[in-house]
Design a protein around this ligand. Structure first.
Ligand code: NDP
Length: 244
């Protein structure tokens, strides 16, 4: 039966740059059909991956996000893996930061991850299978100056994911968190404060000037997914060796 030869649907949020692009390329090369979710549609389409639906969706819009997942499932079958990767990082001191930036980080990094889980979990539980990998950060495990709101959102990703993991584990559904350290993506470009950006770049000099290649984060997600469904690597921290 040719249908059994086709690998299962993988949904990747934030697939227009950084980790999301590497995740899309890696899971596509392994034969999975994909749903790619982000706002910059043309960047996802330019990847030109087979069996891939690209959708211009903001993860904070629950209805649009759910509709995109249901449409992809109608074509490729149930979602077997959701990678909650979309995120924003706007660095600033609390007393200098526009509260709109706190709100955006909370909306995307926390509520976007929760939206994704709500959309796929009931079906995964009913099938007694499925995997969710949420992308947190080393900033979800320790504090960094200028990162108050960002750290808050990423600590939240750990807390929320671990809570949901406990709630669903009896159904054999896996929830895992990957916490990367500094990596070369567009992330630093979200911050508007030039002196904070310069400070971050100076910190990167302590790692040899270049931080981790995004591909290694994608590889670690693939490793988690490829373990047997009965084995859940609950949390993985991956960072440049020289990151303090
Ligand atoms: P990028 O800025 O390169 O990618 C962020 C992605 O998130 C983009 O595809 C962007 O797409 C998407 N995104 C942002 N807001 C939304 C939204 N409202 N709806 C849908 N998609 C959205 O950064 P990274 O690849 O580095 O970031 C990926 C994840 O990794 C984030 O959660 C980040 O916090 C985390 N991380 C990154 C680290 C690093 O050093 N790079 C370290 C630790 C964690 P678009 O703008 O097209 O919507």
């Amino acid at each position: 039966d040719p249908a059994t030869l086709i690998k299962k649907l993988v949904v990747i949020t934030g697939a227009s740059s950084g980790f999301g692009v590497e995740l899309a390329k890696l899971f596509s090369a392994a034969g999975h059909p994909l749903l790619l979710v982000a706002r910059r549609l043309e960047l996802m389409q330019a990847l030109n991956l087979p069996n891939t639906i690209c959708t211009k969706v903001d993860v904070t819009d629950y209805k649009a996000f759910e509709d995109a997942v249901r449409d992809a499932e109608a074509v490729y079958g149930p979602t077997d893996l959701l990678i909650g990767n979309a995120g924003v990082m706007k660095l600033e001191k609390v007393w200098d930061q526009d509260p709109k930036e706190w709100q955006e980080m909370l909306n995307v990094n926390v509520l976007g991850v929760m939206n994704g889980m709500k959309i796929v979990l009931k079906d995964m539980m009913a099938r007694n299978s499925g995997t969710i990998i949420n992308i947190s950060s080393v900033a979800g495990r320790k504090a960094f100056g200028n990162h108050a709101a960002y750290c808050g959102t990423k600590f939240g990703v750990h807390a929320i994911s671990e809570t949901v993991r406990e709630e669903v584990c009896a159904t054999n559904v896996r929830v895992s968190v990957v916490a990367p350290g500094a990596a070369e993506t567009e992330l630093l470009g979200h911050t508007s404060n030039d002196s904070i950006i310069e400070g971050y770049k100076a910190w990167k000099q302590t790692m040899g000037g270049k931080s981790m290649d995004a591909v290694h984060v994608a590889t670690s997600c693939k490793f988690i997914y490829d373990l047997p469904q009965e084995v859940n690597l609950r949390e993985l921290v991956i960072a440049p060796t020289k990151q303090n």
